[in-house]
Design a protein around this ligand. Structure first.
Ligand code: CMC
Length: 360
């Protein structure tokens, strides 16, 4: 294929058995299982198992005792740096040199540890001391342990909010960060390098960074009291309404449906303003782009659900990364089994041959 597609839109880069959004039907299945059948029935760590091992058991392991070297409290960059550092601290083998079983175990260790890194970084961000291992061990589930590490306590509503959010965002086919993870894995680098490069890709506002911008938007709408005027003004300035639009989905995002329901069940104080803004945004976007379906994406109600768990907006990209460790691990393993270096081409459109003197 030699045709150039900006943003690689519509380009099929891999075949995958892990998950793929059902573009028209608005469903998302992990290894064939609808996420509606997972949320509230199994915990995130079992979903990790489903995605990575195609089996709920044993799932993601317990995190190992954790001694961070130096955390800044800026969770996405702490996570990226610490994950890369673990490669050398744990002497992880290059994917090209180890067997699939070893790679799976490396990814399992890393996934559990990445949760601890974010929880610890979040504690630093809040100016508190992360809870010691003996407190964390009192938690039964990954979400409980995460909150215990961060805050020393795990409110059941916060646990439900985080577990639901993690399951809904654990995997989503080939997006920017997963592609990045697969590219790094395809070079035969170690699992820590593949995971940390994915974290960097996820941190941008057009991918995992969007929820950080949703809550300020909700605050502004609550302040102004007129969602229709707010979105009209934003679109007139050619701004983007965060939490709307998707490169793949042309129907309601099934994750958004579940997260909206969860926000309501958990009595989110922002539910009403979110619903009002959603209605106004969808109506305005239909008028703004009549030939292009722009629906509510996962990030909009993610922001509301994470707010129930008292996750501040600036920590939401790192929360997305903790969820995605499952999908990334599954894709890194699938890429390892493929064993083919990813190396596309670029069409050169620069100056033709010229002398150095002409450069000036
Ligand atoms: N608000 C306002 N205008 C929009 C929006 C939006 N949310 N989404 C798309 N458009 C407009 C866009 O400005 C463009 O207009 P024009 O052709 O006049 O320049 C047109 O619709 C097509 O946009 P695009 O960027 O080419 O479309 P895309 O399908 O590649 O965009 C997107 C996908 C997610 C980058 C985009 O919808 C967006 O920026 N949304 C806001 C940020 C956001 O919510 N990101 C989270 C994405 S979902 C989870 C994830 O992948 O991590």
């Amino acid at each position: 294929m030699s045709e150039f597609r900006p943003g690689l839109e519509g380009v099929v880069a891999f075949e995958t058995e892990i998950a793929e959004p059902d573009r028209e039907g608005g469903a998302l299945r992990y290894r064939g299982v609808d996420i509606e059948d997972l949320v509230g029935h199994v915990t995130y760590e079992k979903v990790w198992g489903l995605l990575v091992d195609e089996s709920l058991e044993p799932g993601m392991p317990e995190p190992e005792p954790y001694e961070p070297k130096s955390l800044s409290g800026n969770a996405p960059s702490d996570l990226q740096a610490e994950t890369a550092r673990l490669s050398s601290e744990w002497s992880l083998g290059k994917l090209v040199d180890i067997d699939d079983e070893q790679a799976r175990d490396d990814l399992a260790r890393l996934s559990a540890q990445m949760m601890s890194i974010v929880a610890t970084s979040a504690a630093v961000h809040d100016g508190r001391r992360p809870a010691p291992d003996d407190v964390v061990e009192q938690g039964d589930t990954a979400a409980e342990k995460f909150l215990l590490r961060w805050r020393g306590e795990a409110d059941p509503d916060h646990v439900k909010a985080i577990d639901t959010y993690w399951i809904c965002t654990a995997e989503h086919g080939l997006n920017a960060s997963t592609f990045t993870a697969r590219i790094t894995a395809s070079t035969g680098a170690d699992a820590g390098a593949a995971m940390s490069s994915a974290v960097g890709a996820l941190s941008g506002p057009l991918h995992g960074g969007a929820p950080a911008r949703v809550l300020p938007m909700l605050d502004e709408v609550a302040r102004v009291g007129d969602p229709a005027a707010y979105v009209k003004d934003l679109l007139a300035r050619r701004g983007r309404i965060m939490g709307f639009g998707h490169r793949v989905y042309r129907a309601e995002d099934p994750r958004s449906r579940i997260l909206k329901r969860t926000a309501k069940e958990l009595g989110s104080p922002r539910y009403e303003v979110a619903e009002a803004l959603e209605g106004a945004a969808l109506a305005a976007l239909r008028e703004y782009k009549p030939n292009y379906v722009i629906a509510t994406n996962v990030e909009f109600y993610s922001a509301v659900v994470l707010d129930v768990a008292e996750v501040p907006p600036e920590l939401t990209p790192a929360m997305f990364a903790t969820a995605r460790v499952a999908g990334w691990s599954a894709h890194i393993l699938e890429e390892k089994r493929t064993g083919r270096l990813i190396r596309p081409s670029a069409r050169y459109v620069g100056p033709s041959a010229r002398s150095i003197a002409s450069v000036g």
